[in-house]
Design a protein around this ligand. Structure first.
Ligand SMILES: [Zn+2]
Length: 348
């Protein structure tokens, strides 16, 4: 585990470097300083080329370090158990480690209290968090995987709605005609080729906007799904196939109806609760970041990083809530409140 923690977060580690392994740092420092040292020794006053030489040396050292980290990571991950290997694979996904590398800025919501941070580490490495109940109020045995999918208390829905609301707010900034939970047009005998396509009268998706993928009148519907890749039914499935399967499922259900009846396009937004996302979702995030950076005149790289961090914290907070949230006797009207309602009714 210590060797794993020494890896950078993007390779599944925590970036806690082992000082014993830093044998080349002095050599690197000497190489970067060499152009400046030579000028000083030769007593030259012209320092014009020094920053350029130093920058190219820094880039080449960075490249060497990346290669060394990659081979180090391959050796380390090979020694891990099957479960931990899968956890590391999930942690290596784009956006899954943003919460570890973000500057803890409170105004952006990039902070976690200490228990949430410990729980987040447990979720990252598949460890068992401390002080969990043995039995869930729904009657099943309580475990991390159960907590992430148990509907008692409504936490998986809160997790879904948090992501939906985040994207709705951001899309409002860059698109027009943004609707949350739009109801699809009723059908008048239309027949679909795919049998799974919904013909539900009250079918509704998560978000509809105009002008996201193309011109002002081009409408796009989005539907969000947040799933637990470690759920027992998914554990034996390869991670890329999992995303593909979820994407296909959503497309089979909605795409044909949206294309043929609404004359619009459909983009499923598929996210793993560990922070990763499907290929289409990644393209969606890039497009959203590019529209936001255009509107606010910010760098694309800064915007996409901010967006990934925002999403990472939203998912993480929701997962910690699934794990620690109170599930017993929730959503029942309390006796005191019933008395208050009766009093109000009698006054009417
Ligand atoms: Zn339960």
């Amino acid at each position: 585990m210590r060797r794993l923690f020494a890896l950078p977060p993007r390779l599944g580690g925590l970036g806690i470097v082992d000082p014993h392994s830093l044998t080349c740092e002095l050599e690197y420092s000497k190489l970067i300083c060499a152009p400046l040292v030579n000028r000083i020794v030769q007593q030259e006053t012209n320092l014009d080329n020094v920053p350029t030489k130093q920058n190219s040396m820094k880039a080449s050292i960075r490249q060497q370090k990346h290669l060394a980290q990659k081979s180090h990571s391959e050796i380390t991950v090979n020694d891990l158990s099957v479960e931990l290997k899968r956890s590391v694979e999930l942690a290596c996904e784009k956006g899954a480690s943003c919460w570890l590398t973000a500057i803890p800025l409170e105004q952006h919501g990039f902070t976690l209290h200490k228990s949430a941070f410990r729980d987040a580490l447990c979720l990252r490495y598949g460890w068992h968090p401390s002080n969990l109940p043995d039995i869930c109020p729904c009657g099943s045995k309580f475990s991390v995987d159960h907590s992430l999918s148990c509907p008692t208390g409504g936490y998986p829905s809160i997790r879904h709605n948090e992501v939906r609301d985040l994207f709705t707010n951001l899309l409002t900034e860059v698109c027009h005609d943004v609707h949350k939970e739009p109801v699809l047009q009723p059908l008048n005998g239309e027949v679909f080729q795919k049998r799974c396509t919904t013909s539900d009268e009250n079918a509704r998706l998560d978000i509809a906007v105009s002008g996201f993928w193309g011109g002002h009148f081009q409408r796009t519907f989005f539907d969000v799904r947040v799933f637990n890749p470690n759920a027992s039914s998914y554990k034996s499935v390869q991670i890329p196939s999992l995303y593909k399967r979820q994407e296909q499922e959503k497309k089979r259900r909605y795409e044909e109806r949206i294309n043929n009846v609404e004359l619009s396009s459909f983009t499923p937004i598929i996210l793993a609760c560990t922070g990763g996302c499907s290929k289409l979702t990644s393209i969606f995030l890039k497009r959203l970041a590019s529209l936001l950076s255009e509107k606010h005149h910010t760098e694309y790289s800064t915007t996409i990083n901010w967006l990934r961090c925002r999403l990472s914290f939203a998912l993480l907070r929701a997962c910690v809530m699934c794990l620690r949230g109170c599930r017993s006797k929730l959503h029942r009207t309390s006796r005191d409140f019933n008395v208050l309602l009766e009093a109000a009714e009698s006054r009417l």
